[in-house]
Write a protein that binds this ligand. Structure first.
Ligand code: UTP
Length: 300
């Protein structure tokens, strides 16, 4: 069996939901407390046993490369000050080899993955999207890799979403279920409201066999005028089983504003340095706004 050693992190999207913040800064570099979102993703890959990562970047994404590069001046400064804790923090990603490839135009997630085909070659591989951060006892990607080791077939991470949310995701039509693993009849990208075949949404973690590139090669643009990964997965599933796995853990949607703010609050409440003061602030704020809260509650 071929081991999963390589991962693709696509990061060439325009990040329009965070404009104007993302006009000159990649959305993957927006910080959750004190770490850019992409660092959480790289950390999950490392903890799942990934040895090499390729980040698909695009125009205006130089800050990502700089972030994962060594900064000798800063290291020297921290060393002289004896700040070894920070020194360790800024060099976390040196535990993995990171490569970069440019997607010249943001033609969609499917196209971004296709851009990394030469790096992947003829091996199964992982894909992690920066829009989803998962906090779990066992890293989400590791859960999927263990499923791959049982099946040696492609597998996508899914979780349940509400009826209203299904139109924002790739949705599966599940058939046979074994534990948390599903066989899938069809994969549909962003179904129109009320037409989703289930509430199981694809959540930005994938293990794919290299055969996916045969379909990405031929794919035309789909929903949103983009080359969709979900469409290629649907085609692959017609000739080679693609499973879905309802992974364990709390998923944070950092790809949109409200999700990003909620994630920041949750992560800050786990940060030893600031959690008590933040909790005090939140309680104070709630107490001050008791009347507003009562009005809000009466509305819903
Ligand atoms: P999204 O659609 O969530 O990201 O794509 P976006 O396009 O950057 O964000 P909005 O919708 O404009 O706010 C999911 C992932 O796929 C990458 C994105 O960087 C993101 O990590 N992506 C998307 C690419 O790498 N290339 C593309 O052409 C499109």
């Amino acid at each position: 069996m071929k081991k999963i050693k390589k991962a693709i992190i696509p990061a060439a999207g325009l990040g329009t939901r965070f404009l104007p913040a993302t006009k000159a800064m990649p959305k993957e570099m927006l910080p959750i407390v004190d770490r850019p979102t992409i660092e959480y993703i790289v950390e999950e890959a490392i903890e799942s046993g990934i040895e090499e990562i390729i980040i698909v970047t695009g125009k205006g994404k130089r800050a990502i490369e700089d972030h994962f590069d060594r900064n000798f001046e800063l290291e020297d400064n921290l060393m002289k000050k004896g700040n070894f804790e920070l020194l360790d923090k800024i060099n976390q990603s040196s535990k993995v080899e990171i490569h970069y490839i440019r997607q010249k135009e943001p033609k969609g997630l499917g196209h971004a993955i296709w851009c990394a085909r030469k790096f992947i070659g003829d091996e199964p591989f992982a894909v992690l999207l920066g829009d989803d951060i998962v906090q779990a006892e066992k890293p989400c990607l590791k859960q999927l890799i263990e499923q791959y080791e049982e099946t040696e077939l492609s597998i996508v991470g899914v979780q349940k979403v509400s009826d209203e949310e299904t139109q924002r995701y790739g949705i599966i039509a599940p058939s046979v279920m074994k534990g948390r693993r599903y066989q899938v009849d069809t994969f549909v990208e962003k179904p129109a409201l009320g037409t989703a075949p289930s509430n199981l949404a694809i959540m930005g973690r994938y293990i794919l066999t290299p055969e996916i590139f045969d379909f990405l090669d031929k794919l035309e643009t789909g929903t949103g005028n983009e080359i969709q990964l979900t469409d290629a997965i649907q085609k692959l599933n017609e000739v080679q089983v693609v499973f879905a796995y309802d992974f364990e853990g709390k998923r944070y949607d950092v790809g949109e504003k409200l999700g990003f703010v909620k994630t920041t609050i949750d992560m800050a409440l786990k940060d030893e340095e600031i959690k008590d003061e933040l909790m005090r602030y939140l309680i104070q704020k709630l107490e001050k706004n008791k009347l507003e809260i009562a009005n809000f509650k009466s509305l819903y």
